[in-house]
Design a protein. Structure first.
Length: 351
């Protein structure tokens, strides 16, 4: 499907295509990505879409309860915003969910999808798929103390437990505890032998299994995740399920988010240009620098903004080489932006 065809056929959501109801908050979201989707990244992403649902990085209950820092901090501009929790103790999860609601988060999400050894050793993440009763207890504990949505992000299976019946049994038990929204990464997780990176690439994607889940449980909100790299693909998925969660592509090629409000949510507002997005980041960056934060902590999330445009390489190189220097300030960003023509014709060579 061409970009023009998408523009003529904006998608609201799979549910809306069938029932005519308004788009759901899960229609389009950005995946929680450790070391990537911090508050600087989320502020940057929000400039490109007012409708996408943003997620924090996974935060463990131990960090929130026992850590010295503020692990729940965010910028008000980030809403709608979900907190993803890592943990398996119902009491601790309930305590953290309540704190999240008090701090103004719009959703609490339980991580039942991360396959890393470190996560398994803490008894949370994808290994919890093997303990659906515990996940149900965790969901119920959180549901009992908050009024905001409690959702679960999961895989389609783990190790050799990868039948559809296994997935059904997990979904049903957690549903009966009060969860009505599942974000499903359409790959199973190998809990040993594969790194987290390999777990995002090696096990084959099985989108039809997630579609089947939606057909079999129409009352549930089902969003799909895994391997989605374009809005064309998002549109195809939204004909089958309620929502799409995009991960690495949204981070590495962030300007695709500028089309989400018009192409996915059907709004008429023109997207900001890439240069205008940079200019709108300047006051935020100046505030962060005034607090003693480093320029590179923000600009590292912006490296892909000009991807596939003339001057993109110069933009990336200048930021990479200069944003980490002591005392680096706004001028570094302005100099990097100057390397990318603000007005260019498509016939120009693209890096």
């Amino acid at each position: 499907m061409t970009q023009k065809q998408i523009s003529e056929n904006p998608v609201k959501s799979g549910a809306e295509a069938i029932s005519g109801q308004p788009a759901h908050r899960q229609t389009f979201s950005i995946a929680p990505m450790l070391d990537w989707t911090d508050r600087h990244c989320r502020y940057f992403h929000r400039l490109m879409s007012k409708n996408i649902l943003l997620y924090t990085e996974m935060v463990t209950t131990g960090a929130i309860i026992h850590g010295k820092g503020d692990y729940l901090g965010y910028n008000d501009e980030e809403h709608p915003l979900a907190l993803q929790l890592g943990g398996s103790n119902p009491t601790d999860l309930a305590r953290c969910a309540k704190l999240a609601q008090e701090r103004g988060y719009d959703e609490v999400n339980l991580n039942v999808g991360c396959p890393s050894d470190r996560v398994q050793n803490g008894r949370f993440g994808a290994c919890l798929m093997g303990e659906p009763a515990l996940v149900a207890d965790c969901v119920k504990a959180m549901r009992d103390v908050v009024s905001i949505p409690v959702t679960v992000k999961t895989r389609i299976g783990i190790d050799d437990h990868d039948s559809y019946e296994f997935l059904q049994a997990f979904i049903e038990q957690v549903r009966d505890a009060g969860c009505d929204t599942f974000i499903v990464h359409a790959r199973k997780a190998w809990l040993s032998g594969l790194s987290p990176k390999e777990n995002r690439e090696v096990p084959p994607l099985d989108y039809p299994r997630v579609y089947r889940l939606k057909r079999d449980y129409p009352a549930l909100t089902i969003a799909i995740n895994g391997g989605i790299t374009s809005l064309e693909q998002a549109q195809a998925h939204l004909a089958e399920v309620d929502g799409v969660m995009v991960g690495r592509e949204a981070y590495q090629n962030p300007y695709i988010l500028s089309q989400v409000d018009s192409l996915i949510f059907g709004e008429e507002a023109a997207p900001l240009s890439r240069h205008e997005i940079v200019r709108r980041m300047l006051p935020y960056i100046e505030q962060e620098l005034a607090k003693g934060n480093y320029l590179s902590h923000v600009t590292r999330h912006m490296l892909g903004l000009f991807q596939n445009l003339p001057g993109a390489r110069g933009w990336r190189r200048h930021l990479s080489e200069n944003a980490t220097k002591p005392g680096a300030g706004i001028q570094v960003l302005l100099d990097a932006m100057a390397k990318v023509p603000e007005h260019w014709q498509p016939r120009e060579a693209v890096e």
